[in-house]
Unconditional design. Structure first.
Ligand SMILES: C[S@@+](CC[C@H](N)C(=O)[O-])C[C@H]1O[C@@H](n2cnc3c(N)ncnc32)[C@H](O)[C@@H]1O
Ligand SMILES: O=c1cc(-c2ccc(O)cc2)oc2c(O)c(O)ccc12
Length: 361
């Protein structure tokens, strides 16, 4: 430890505590890897199927593995579980394990499994190892492209089927949750008398459009995404249009942009927003609006919540490293809307770390 600290005015207890905290931050990848391991081993599902607190030996014998877990590894399983119990994924009194709410997110079909599959995949972690080199030496736009000879995330996904599946899973899970809140708690957004049509721009797998159309059957919902993305949509996914949001967006009363703008820098966002404003301004006898669902950094709902703040900072870095995108604060959103020619905007409500914003042409 440096001379300034040892023998200075800081107590040794405070120093040891600071050292442990700092080491734990440096070690957080160990918790991430333990998390990934228990998902791969099927631990959350085995506890869930047991239907009650599960002993270590019951857990070890009920894991869905190709071969039974060797008895010499049962104690390693206990040790694997320990930091995850400590982190709050499981309760683990007397080595009887149960799932907490956070742990239930890890179940197959739970909203966290695709997120873990995507972000803790070694292929998806290479760019993080290059972050400092990118700052120091690289002329590539972002670390993601630096380690893939200039290939963008969207181009790369086409060559990486496992990661593409995980990415689609991440988006579907988020959309299911957001759509549930929208159709139950934000009905007024879709129930204005002039609202007859909606286009979900960058609507991916169509989850939002399908869920909104189920609740508001009179609303004509369209999914708009790149041609190669919409080519995968099936009948029953509603109206589908392929194209680029940088060129032309199909006209509608509402344009939805969910988790789109944070992927792009300000210049690209302006191009997208101008096309969207155009799309909701086609009928001069009618109103129109663009709904943005994205993060608002430092929004009041987030400010006093340590977890929401931290997850916003992490997503902001994720966007930087993968896309040269960013998470924006309210002032940055306002500047974008005004520069794209909108007359006004309103933050309607928060949705965890994200907000629902309406922008008016
Ligand atoms: C982060 S995903 C969001 C998907 C969806 N809105 C959601 O929240 O689940 C970004 C989407 O933008 C789409 N996208 C990328 N470039 C696009 C373009 N030029 N035109 C239309 N969509 C595009 C991607 O294919 C992807 O589906
Ligand atoms: O892996 C992700 C996750 C998100 C995401 C999910 C839920 C939120 O509340 C915010 C962000 O967004 C992503 C994204 O826009 C992207 O282009 C790639 C990956 C992810």
């Amino acid at each position: 430890m440096s001379q300034d600290l040892v023998g200075g005015s800081i107590s040794s207890d405070e120093l040891f505590e600071a050292q442990a905290r700092a080491r734990n931050f440096a070690f957080s990848y160990i918790v991430s890897m333990a998390l990934k391991c228990i998902v791969v081993l099927g631990v959350p599902d085995a506890i869930h199927r047991h239907q009650g607190p599960t002993s270590l030996s019951d857990l070890a014998s009920s894991l869905p593995l190709p071969l039974p877990l060797h008895h010499s590894k049962v104690d390693a399983l206990r040790r694997l579980m320990r930091p995850l119990v400590h982190a709050g994924f499981f309760t683990g009194e007397d080595h009887y394990y149960s799932l907490t709410t956070m742990g239930k997110l890890l179940l197959p079909g739970g909203s966290l499994s695709p997120f873990i599959d995507l972000h803790l995949d070694p292929k998806m972690m290479a760019q993080w190892g290059m972050l400092s080199s990118w700052f120091l030496y690289s002329s590539d736009p972002v670390p993601f492209e630096m380690v893939r000879d200039g290939m963008s995330f969207w181009e790369w996904l086409e060559k990486a089927p496992d990661q593409k599946k995980a990415f689609r899973g991440v988006m579907i899970e988020d959309s299911k949750l957001v759509a549930r809140v929208l159709v139950s708690e934000c009905r007024e957004v879709f129930e204005e008398s002039w609202v007859e049509s909606l286009v979900d721009v960058g609507g991916g797998g169509g989850t939002m459009a399908v869920e909104i159309a189920k609740t508001f059957p009179k609303l004509k919902c369209t999914v708009f995404d790149l041609p190669r993305v919409v080519a995968n949509l099936k009948e029953g996914d509603g109206e589908v249009v392929g194209g680029s949001m940088f060129e032309k967006v199909p006209p509608a009363d509402i344009v939805l942009l969910k988790l789109i703008l944070h992927d792009w820098d300000d210049e690209k966002c302006l191009e997208i927003l101008k096309c969207c404003r155009e799309a909701v301004s086609q009928d001069d006898k009618k109103k129109g609006k663009v709904i943005v669902i994205d993060m608002v950094m430092g929004h009041k709902a987030v400010l006093e919540n340590h977890e929401l703040c931290q997850v916003q900072y992490c997503f902001d870095l994720l966007m930087l490293v993968h896309f040269n995108g960013k998470e924006r604060n309210e002032k940055e959103w306002q500047s974008l809307f005004m520069a794209a020619g909108f007359s006004d905007y309103k933050i309607i409500r928060s949705l965890g770390p994200k907000c629902l914003i309406e922008a008016y042409p």
